[in-house]
Write a protein that binds this ligand. Structure first.
Ligand code: FES
Length: 445
């Protein structure tokens, strides 16, 4: 190893080596030390509503199958045959009673009535004749994730059986994920995805995208043209305003966001979709219901933030999930998933879809601005001289203060690079190979 995480990331001084974004050896270690251990977003339950439905997702650079077995349980299995590694599911999604390999025909089942564990090998052509009945099928089932959780419809998994629970991993970032997922409190339907997953690849490092959602408000200048055009549902700017924005970093966990802090007493309703009266009325009603249901115990916490390592969530309109899948040091597969209240009127869903699409995704105006920055930044950091330099994350060093009511959280106000200093400090902790005991903080309750 020619480098150590401490040489690459100096969170106290606010510098990060450019090797972190362009070096393929470092990228390979990220896959082993971060993506094979951390809790990762895999999908949404609505991708697999029926028994035997499957959806092909990614965990790091591994292809995985999210499936619902015949007993209704969700499973996440490695999408690679145990015989010669063939990809079992070559389509993005579908419905399969068994997963049969197209190469030599081995088949695997998730039916709990037939097998003891999901992904067990049940069919081997020539089992009696070519293998003389001697292949130990129980030992050659598909690899399954070590832990899996359905968190309010979102599916998360880890390959590490020693990983803490997902809620521990999330810490108080949970409040903000909850807001995005429980947008309409008490809604019997919960949230649903609008359409499918938008997927596309861009030539940039995955962290460059992830850190942008970790409260990089400083890049507002990038979107000036979108603000001038005015694509927001209120007819101005690129979105309707979110008052009381602060950057909040969960220092020990690497998660961060920009949004409202729970300690603000005043929590005025700010109109969204003001140009669409029926839609505006719907959101106002949802807001009032939510305030009433929460009965002053919690504020409505609009936010956009990153959950370490590579998932971001928008809690307000547009309500989206973004995932930054690592492909190589300089290539990322981007995903966007759009959420809307399942029982919302159709006109609300239509207005949301139209706005989301012009806002983000591969053809969205703000994402296009961002991608241009990320791709040029990655490309210009691969130069022989350029890669010897460091990026500067020094904004607001020494000015962070604790956030009342959120464990381990700090804020420096609206504009800061505190969030990303802590994100990269977390990155370095994983890259050092620390144990979970060392990685997870303990707080006085
Ligand atoms: Fe799957 Fe041979 S690679 S059966």
């Amino acid at each position: 190893r020619k480098w150590s995480p401490q040489q690459l990331v100096d969170a106290e001084q606010g510098t990060v080596s450019r090797e972190v974004y362009v070096n393929q050896d470092i990228f390979q270690e990220e896959l082993e030390r971060i993506f094979s251990r951390a809790w990762l977003f895999v999908g949404h339950e609505s991708m697999v509503p029926n028994p035997d439905d499957y959806f092909v997702s990614r965990m790091g650079n591994d292809s995985v199958i999210l499936t619902r077995d015949r007993q209704g349980q969700l499973q996440v299995l490695l999408n690679s045959c145990l015989h010669r590694g063939m990809r079992l599911c070559r389509y993005d999604q579908g419905n399969n009673r068994t997963f049969t390999c197209p190469y030599h025909g081995w088949s695997y089942s998730t039916d709990g009535k037939l097998v003891e564990r999901a992904g067990e090998l049940v069919g081997v052509p020539g089992f009696k004749t070519h293998y003389y009945g001697e292949l130990d099928k129980k030992n050659w089932g598909l690899k399954s994730v070590a832990k899996l959780v359905n968190y309010k419809g979102t599916i998360w998994a880890t390959w590490d059986e020693n990983a803490p629970s997902f809620e521990e991993y999330l810490g108080d970032m949970k409040l903000y994920l909850d807001f995005a997922l429980d947008h309409r409190d008490g809604s019997p339907g919960g949230s649903e995805m609008i359409g499918g997953v938008q997927k596309w690849r861009i030539p940039c490092n995955w962290k460059t995208a992830a850190e942008n959602f970790n409260a990089d408000l400083y890049h507002d200048i990038s979107h000036r043209s979108v603000d001038v055009v005015g694509i927001g549902p209120g007819g101005k700017g690129r979105r309707d305003p979110t008052p009381h924005r602060v950057s909040i970093s969960f220092k020990d966990l690497g998660h961060g966001l920009v949004g409202r802090a729970p300690y603000y007493e005043e929590n005025p309703y700010t109109p969204i979709f003001a140009n669409y009266p029926e839609v505006e009325q719907y959101y106002r009603k949802v807001y009032e219901e939510r305030e009433k249901n929460l009965a002053g115990t919690m504020r409505v916490l609009h936010s956009v933030g990153t959950i370490f390592p590579n998932m971001a969530v928008h809690g307000r309109q547009p309500r989206t999930i973004a995932v930054f899948h690592p492909v190589s040091a300089t290539e990322t597969e981007m995903w966007r998933i759009y959420l809307v209240d399942k029982d919302a009127p159709q006109e609300v869903k239509d207005a949301a879809r139209a706005y989301y699409l012009r806002y983000s995704g591969p053809g969205g105006m703000t994402e296009s601005d961002d991608m241009e920055n990320w791709c040029y930044a990655t490309e210009s950091s691969t130069g022989t001289i350029a890669r010897t330099l460091h990026y500067n994350y020094q904004m607001g060093i020494g000015h962070a203060k604790p956030v009342p009511g959120l464990r381990g959280a700090v804020t420096t106000g609206e504009f800061t690079e505190e969030n990303n200093r802590n994100y990269y400090a977390r990155w370095a902790q994983f890259m050092e190979g620390r144990s979970w005991d060392e990685l997870m903080p303990t707080y006085d309750e």
